[in-house]
Design a protein around this ligand. Structure first.
Ligand code: FAD
Ligand code: NAP
Length: 546
């Protein structure tokens, strides 16, 4: 396409926002309120990000809907009604659309447009941003609202393109309904997406074969229609509850327990696990205060879940294969399901243990295993996850000071100051970037905190006549050291998880999210801001001040 210079409206806004998921939407709203002009580019045809792309059967949130929603506007949170305790993807997508309409955000979003490059112009202190439609914009600020889990990843399995049947990825699911009735279906991958999709697909397909490399821990959600009393309880003090949630480690208002798992007698421990299992959801992981820091404590929770699996799955051999043993519970993102383990009691469901017989290749008829057995199927679903946290950023591969590409600067793993900015990339902000709590939290809480901080920072710069802000190398180093140190205090680095980059061949193994908790993190961000953005280098240009 011929380059279409300056076609954007308004011409050369102050800010380009990449992405129109929950982060991009709130960013646009706040920027507008603060008097900045902004343009968002979104690859999809609509808003919603994660909830636009992940339309696979069974997709739903694992943070309760009353909490997995914006908290910045009292009228909006009072008005919206969630129909289920854990909303499904269609409802969350409707919510994102409702927000976009209500705040009239679409007029500043260019859909079906990917940002393909961004280059820093040091002399002008501007970013030059280009899209696949030929747009070229020169803007002061670049905001990456590109998502932590938006770069869907097909596995490195040979022959994927040879398959004769239909191929799907959970993270790029078609918009039209997919009917598996009468089909032999393969699901490859048993992370959160696979675990949500498998029970629903099993009900439709003639035969479902699950290809499992690593079993995962999953807690039942016991999802149910929204209880009006519960909804009213939340709405009677929504802002107060949101405020309390912001003070929690995960940004989720959970029923915490301040005891360690080994401080109590076995009977009390079991009763606590049982109570949480019955209540359902990921609050299981805060049953005791040391489950992610003390291996022996963690074992008690892991053992409880393994016992649940063996009590649920009738075939003992199958139960054994489904029981995770290679990582402490919770150190890979804990899954939340609706009847996952029960699904393996169905006569039309089979499990292939890829540890025993790995996939040799995909062939036109199906999946060929290392022992030459062919599993013929009509459809293959890849529930194989994402190039998490960095994939969408390195795909754009912005070039910062001196033309250095992000992929080079992050060759040994992502480095940021506060997860917001990275040395060498002035005036570029990342929402829920590596080095921030992001994926370990209720993401909407983290998104709101980042957006508020970034817009406040831009407003401060405008007031003080600053035209350039860049993370300081020593501040970044200290922040990364602190990140690593808090991660080392936990069991997380023991798992080969996507948090560690372990799911992508060749990706450096570093623990990417900040695990010090939302409250401590907020404090660190606020302290930097209060201290006139300590840890950042600022360049003033009084003439440019508005
Ligand atoms: P996204 O929603 O990923 O949006 C980013 C957008 O940027 C995408 O629409 C993408 O198309 C666009 N984009 C990226 N690169 C470009 C480019 N170069 N040009 C143009 N556009 C681009 N979190 C929770 O807290 N609770 C949950 O229950 C939960 N459930 C989840 C379930 C699934 C299936 C998945 C995959 C994730 C889930 N998450 C959950 C995490 C979820 O990603 C966040 O909660 C949140 O939706 C992220 O919003 P975002 O706007 O930051 O990113
Ligand atoms: P994931 O957790 O990365 O799981 C990917 C699965 O694919 C793993 O089981 C992995 O096995 C398997 N896999 C990858 N490559 C493979 C290969 N070559 N051969 C065989 N198996 C392979 O991805 P996800 O399930 O999409 O979830 C990603 C994240 O999105 C979650 O952790 C969560 O944060 C979010 N999410 C949340 C929900 C929710 O409940 N609200 C739902 C979906 C997603 P290995 O473990 O052996 O690598």
């Amino acid at each position: 396409m011929r380059e279409n210079e300056m076609v954007q409206t308004p011409s050369n806004p102050d800010v380009v926002v990449v992405g129109a998921g929950f982060a991009g939407l709130y960013m646009l709203h706040r920027l507008r309120d603060a008097g900045f002009t902004a343009m968002a580019f979104e690859r999809a045809t609509g808003v919603g990000g994660t909830w636009y792309w992940n339309r696979y059967p069974g997709a739903r949130c694992d943070v309760e809907s009353m909490q997995y929603s914006y908290g910045f506007d009292e009228a909006m949170q009072q008005e919206w009604h969630w129909s289920e305790r854990f909303a499904g993807q269609p409802e969350i997508l409707r919510y994102a659309n409702w927000v976009a309409d209500r705040l009239d955000l679409r007029r500043d979003i260019r859909f079906e447009t990917s940002v393909t490059s961004a280059e820093w112009d040091e002399a002008a202190c501007l970013w030059t941003v280009r899209t696949d439609r030929g747009d070229k914009l020169r803007v002061r600020y670049l905001v990456m609202a590109t998502g932590c889990l938006s770069a869907a990843r097909l596995p490195e399995i040979e022959g994927i393109a040879d398959f004769r049947g239909n191929t799907y990825h959970t993270g790029q699911w078609p918009h039209e309904p997919v009917d598996f009735t009468g089909q032999r279906v393969a699901v490859i991958g048993t992370g959160s997406s696979g675990i949500q999709a498998i029970p629903v697909i099993a009900e439709q397909a003639a035969q479902l074969t699950v290809f499992q490399r690593t079993p995962n821990f999953s807690i039942p959600t016991h999802n149910q229609p929204m209880d009006t009393e519960y909804e009213n309880l939340w709405k009677s003090d929504y802002s107060g509850r949101r405020e309390r949630a912001r003070g929690m480690r995960t940004g989720i208002l959970h029923d915490l327990n301040d005891k360690g798992a080994l401080e109590v007698e076995e009977a009390e421990r079991r009763a606590e696990y049982e109570r949480r299992w019955e209540r359902g959801g990921t609050a299981f992981m805060v049953a005791f205060n040391d489950l992610v820091t003390n291996a022996a404590a963690n074992d008690t929770a892991a053992e409880f879940v393994r016992a649940k699996i063996s009590a649920t799955v009738r075939d003992p051999q199958l139960a054994e294969l489904l029981a995770p043993k290679d990582h402490p519970i919770g150190t890979k993102r804990i899954c939340a399901d609706s009847g996952y383990y029960e699904t393996f009691n169905r006569p039309n469901v089979a499990l292939v243990d890829l540890r025993a017989t790995p996939i040799q290749r995909i062939v036109p008829e199906g999946v060929l295993l290392s022992d030459e057995t062919l599993r013929p199927v009509d459809s293959i679903i890849y529930a194989t996850g994402f190039d998490a946290m960095t994939g969408a950023l390195t795909a754009i591969n912005p070039r910062g000071v001196g033309g250095l590409p992000l992929t080079e600067v992050w060759a040994e793993g992502p480095k940021t100051y506060l997860g917001l900015c990275t040395v060498g990339f002035p005036n570029m902000f990342i929402i829920t970037g590596p080095g921030s709590p992001s994926v370990l939290t209720n993401m909407i809480v983290s998104i709101e905190q980042h957006v508020d901080w970034i817009v406040d920072c831009m407003a401060w710069m405008r007031r003080h006549g600053a035209v350039r802000l860049e993370a300081e190398a020593t501040a970044q180093e200290r922040w990364m050291e602190h990140n690593n140190e808090v991660a080392r205090r936990t069991l997380y680095p023991r798992a080969g998880s996507w948090y560690m980059g372990a799911n992508v061949q060749g990706k450096p193994r570093v623990f990417m999210p900040y695990i010090g908790g939302v409250a401590a993190y907020r404090q660190a961000c606020d302290n930097a801001a209060k201290d006139s953005y300590s840890g950042f280098l600022l360049q003033m240009d009084r003439a440019a001040a508005q």
